[in-house]
Design a protein around this ligand. Structure first.
Ligand SMILES: Nc1nc2c(ncn2[C@@H]2O[C@H](COP(=O)(O)OP(=O)(O)OP(=O)(O)O)[C@@H](O)[C@H]2O)c(=O)[nH]1
Ligand SMILES: [Mg+2]
Length: 175
């Protein structure tokens, strides 16, 4: 008898508007549990995640649980809560908002200094004009090029590609 494998917990983090909720919604094969609330300050959009997004999917024979974090700093306590026991992390940044890259790097450091988890950086909005290329974002973050992936977070094939890359990274670093 083979026991069912435990689901792999993956976390999606990054600044406000990076595309975290969108990414989880694009990928999830079950209805996403989302906690959108009206933004209490001007963040350039009406609603924001205040607790987490939760979605699930089956990929490469593995059940995955995806948790999206809030982007606002005032919910930073949730980053730690959600990353507890995570086996992989996607740090998303909007490729047309270089002004957010510094904040994205702070979030990445905040999480990985507490929980040493394998991660990929996803550069969203690649379908938009004047967007940073993943190779340039890799230079900014001082990361190897293969650790930074460009995507349109609304595109299922591109979102799955990033996730498959993370899964590879996660499984090799835990092997
Ligand atoms: N064209 C395009 N739109 C995107 C992409 N990723 C996200 N969006 C849009 O950007 C907006 C913000 O995305 P969200 O998914 O709410 O961002 P978030 O990271 O969850 O933001 P917070 O919860 O506020 O931190 C939405 O209108 C999305 O449809 C992308 O890759 N391409
Ligand atoms: Mg969100």
């Amino acid at each position: 008898m083979t026991l069912p494998q435990a689901p792999l917990k993956l976390v999606v983090s990054g600044p406000v508007g990076a595309g975290k909720t969108t990414f989880v919604q694009t990928l999830s094969q079950t209805p996403v549990i989302a906690t959108e609330a009206e933004a209490s300050e001007d963040i350039g959009k009406q609603s924001t995640t205040v607790a987490f997004d939760f979605g699930t999917l089956h990929l490469d024979g593995q059940d995955l649980h995806l948790y999206g974090t809030p982007g606002q700093d005032r919910f930073s306590f949730m980053w730690e809560v959600l990353c507890e026991g995570a086996l992989g992390l996607v740090l998303l940044v909007a490729g047309d908002r270089p002004q957010d890259f510094g904040h994205a790097r702070n979030i990445l450091e905040f999480i990985t200094s507490r929980i040493p988890v394998p991660f990929l950086v996803g550069v969203t909005r690649q379908d938009q004009p004047r967007v940073w290329q993943p190779a340039d974002v890799a230079l900014y973050f001082d990361l190897p090029e293969q650790q930074v992936v460009g995507l349109d977070a609304t595109n299922p094939a591109q979102a799955r590609h990033l996730l498959a890359r993370l899964l590879e990274l996660t499984l090799t670093s835990h092997a």
